[in-house]
Every structure is written in C-alpha cells, then in structure tokens.
Write a protein that binds this ligand. Structure first.
Ligand SMILES: NC(=O)c1ccc[n+]([C@@H]2O[C@H](COP(=O)([O-])OP(=O)(O)OC[C@H]3O[C@@H](n4cnc5c(N)ncnc54)[C@H](O)[C@@H]3O)[C@@H](O)[C@H]2O)c1
Length: 340
C-alpha cells in the first residue's frame, strides 16, 4: 500500500513508518519537525531506509497538504501530526486549535477533494472525555480505581473535553468521524491513552512513562535533585507500547469494511495499568535506584483513572494489546538511556 503519515517523524509516526517500510509498503512522511527529537527521528529513518518521501510541510497550510495528497494519491493516511501537550495548549490555545482542529480539517478536506478513496486513521485521545470527575473513584493500595468500571471505560463515555488540547482533539475527532457519514471517506478514530516505547523524546509535559524512565536513570547520579510529580501519584493510566499501537493501525486497515466510521478506545487495558507510584516501584526494582520526588498540585483536569475498555477493538478489528508493561518498560528504560 501507499501510505502518507502526517507527524511521521514523531514518536508514533516514526515507529509506524519504520514498520511499514520494513513490510515493503510505500511511505511518505509529512512533518514540520517542530517537536524536540523529530529531526533525530527523520535521520534515524533515513539511516534505515532510502526509499521514502519526506515533505517538510505544516498541516496548518491547507494548500500544501492538498498538494501532497493530490500528488501522492495515498491508499491510507495516518494523521498523527499534532500539538500534543495539554500544558502547552493552556499557554497558547490558538496555536493548539490551529494545529489540531484546523490541521485535521485540512487533512480531511485534502482527502475529500484529492483522494476520496483513501483510508484516514486519526490518533485522538482519552482527553476528549475530560476530567471524568463525575465518576465514583476509590483508593485501593497505591492507586485510584473506578469500582463501577472494572473492565475499563468504553466508547459510550460522554465526550466532554476539558483543556484546549482536549477540545481541539475532540473537534478533530468529531470531524474525522463525520467525514465518513457525510462524504463516505473511510475514517477511523483511535482514542489513545498513554503510549510509550522507543523513539519517544519524552519531556516533562508529554510522554510521562519515558520521562520517569529518564528520571530513574538520573537518580543513579550521586546528588541528583528530586524530580516533581503533579498530584499524589495514585492516578492510573493503561500503558500501550508502540508495537501494539502499530498493530492496531494495520488491523484497522485490514478490517476497514467494518471499522470505517468507527471510534475505538485504545490502550494497554487493565493488565497494563499502573499508577505513578506503582511505576516508580517497578523502576526502583529494575534500575536499582530510589525514586526521590516532590509533589506539586494536580494538573488541571487530570483524570484520576483512565483504563481503556478495548472490547470494541477486539470485536471489530481483532486487536488486543499484547506487550506486557514489564517487557515494554525494559525497552523503554533502554531507550531512555539513549535519548535522555
Ligand atoms: N503519545 C501519547 O501518549 C499520545 C496519547 C494520546 C494521543 N496521542 C496523539 O497521537 C499523535 C502522535 O503522538 P506522538 O506521541 O507521536 O507525538 P509527537 O510529538 O512525538 O509527534 C507529533 C509529530 O507531529 C509533528 N508536528 C507537530 N505540529 C505539526 C504541524 N503543525 N505540521 C506538521 N507536523 C507537525 C511534530 O514535529 C512531531 O514529529 C498526536 O496527534 C497525539 O495527540 C498521543
């Protein structure tokens, strides 16, 4: 197949591009390299593959996106380019809106006008569900739990975003879904929770698993200052490794007849869920350090628990997470050593 990956030099995009190129597909990536680490990922892709296209364009530029889609005539577009941090969106909501909502609109409309046969896969987020404050939560050991949702949260949860990031991704998510209903474009929305793995250049604001792996390695240095966490550390996410993520995208294409127009919650599920404190305990044992940290106030609208219920994905695209957090973290720690 002929793939176009927007944000193809980011964490998810470079892993997906590498996998597809290895599998013999034609791939072009569109990325303005605005993210820290993306130039590095582009060089990494170039060092491993010679035959892929690179477009140094900005998804905010509708004419440029339309030109690329028309020229390439892709069979599938993975739209991953985005402003990815809720914190940044609070500082500059217009930029966030223009990239996430406007950029997604540009990609969709470029497909509608230039290549309506293409499949469009969109990486949305669990943040479209907002803070979920209204859900009953309890403390259990070192984590919060949602007693009314033992199998995780499915797609019937109301879309009720908080933060500009949540709003811009939710607007994009709804456009992607509706372009199937209105124009018949075969679109699929994935609402991801926390993803991690190699090629992720984690920062304090984004990519928390990678960030804390880096902190664990930093704790080995004598005299390293404690790091900070927001909240009490008992908030829970289900971790999805990039290998599982790639399989999710390829499975959606394989099952596009049933997946088109659908929305899926995608995460590591209950078995791969960890609170920050549980992650720290794991890192302490793996790296052989003591995680020293200080607590700061909760981040605005932070969810106490998000664990994706992946039953719909299992049913429709025959996908479930397979990489255990233990295996995945081993690789993430190794990567943090190279990236950090
Ligand atoms: N990583 C996660 O845990 C996570 C969770 C939920 C949703 N998502 C979504 O998945 C997608 C990919 O995430 P990621 O972790 O790979 O992020 P990333 O920041 O590593 O990659 C995004 C890429 O998009 C590029 N980009 C940003 N603005 C652009 C623009 N205006 N024009 C062109 N390129 C631009 C960046 O340079 C970067 O290479 C994002 O849309 C994100 O919102 C990620």
């Amino acid at each position: 197949m002929n793939w176009l990956i927007t944000g193809g030099c980011g964490f998810v995009g470079s892993n997906l591009a590498d996998h597809l190129l290895e599998a013999g597909h034609e791939v072009a990536v569109l990325d303005n390299l605005s993210r820290y680490g993306s130039s590095n990922n582009l060089e990494w892709l170039r060092s491993r593959h010679s035959g892929f296209g690179y477009f140094g364009e900005d998804v905010r530029n509708a004419a440029a996106v339309a030109r690329v889609v028309k020229e390439l005539q892709p069979d599938a577009v993975a739209h991953l380019a985005g402003q990815v941090a809720a914190t940044t969106s609070l500082e500059n909501p217009r930029l966030d809106f223009e990239i996430n909502a406007g950029g997604t609109f540009n990609v969709l409309d470029a497909v509608r006008l230039g290549r309506p046969e293409a499949i469009v896969l969109y990486s949305s987020t669990n943040k479209v569900y907002g803070s979920l404050e209204y859900l009953r939560s309890e403390l259990s050991g070192k984590r919060y739990v949602l007693p009314d949702y033992p199998a995780g949260l499915d797609e019937s949860v109301a879309v009720d975003p908080t933060t500009p990031y949540g709003c811009s991704k939710a607007a994009a998510d709804q456009y992607v879904k509706d372009y199937f209903r209105m124009y018949g474009i075969r679109t699929v929305v994935f609402r991801h929770s926390s993803m991690y793995g190699g090629r992720q250049f984690a920062t304090f604001d984004q990519g928390w698993v990678g960030w804390f792996c880096q902190q664990a390695l930093r704790m080995r240095d004598a005299g390293a200052a404690p790091f900070t966490i927001a909240g009490d550390g008992m908030q829970v996410r289900d971790l999805l490794h990039s290998r599982d993520l790639i399989r999710c995208y390829t499975q959606a294409v394989r099952h596009i007849d049933r997946a088109a127009g659908e929305v899926f919650n995608i995460g590591g599920g209950w078995e791969n869920s960890l609170s920050l404190l549980e992650l720290f305990a794991h890192l302490e044992a793996s790296v052989g350090v003591r995680m020293r940290f200080e607590k700061t106030p909760w981040r605005i609208a932070d969810q106490k628990v998000f664990i994706a219920g992946c039953g719909k994905a299992k049913d429709i695209i025959q996908w479930s997470p397979e990489v255990s957090y233990r295996d995945g973290l081993e690789q993430a720690i190794e990567w943090a050593g190279q990236a950090g």
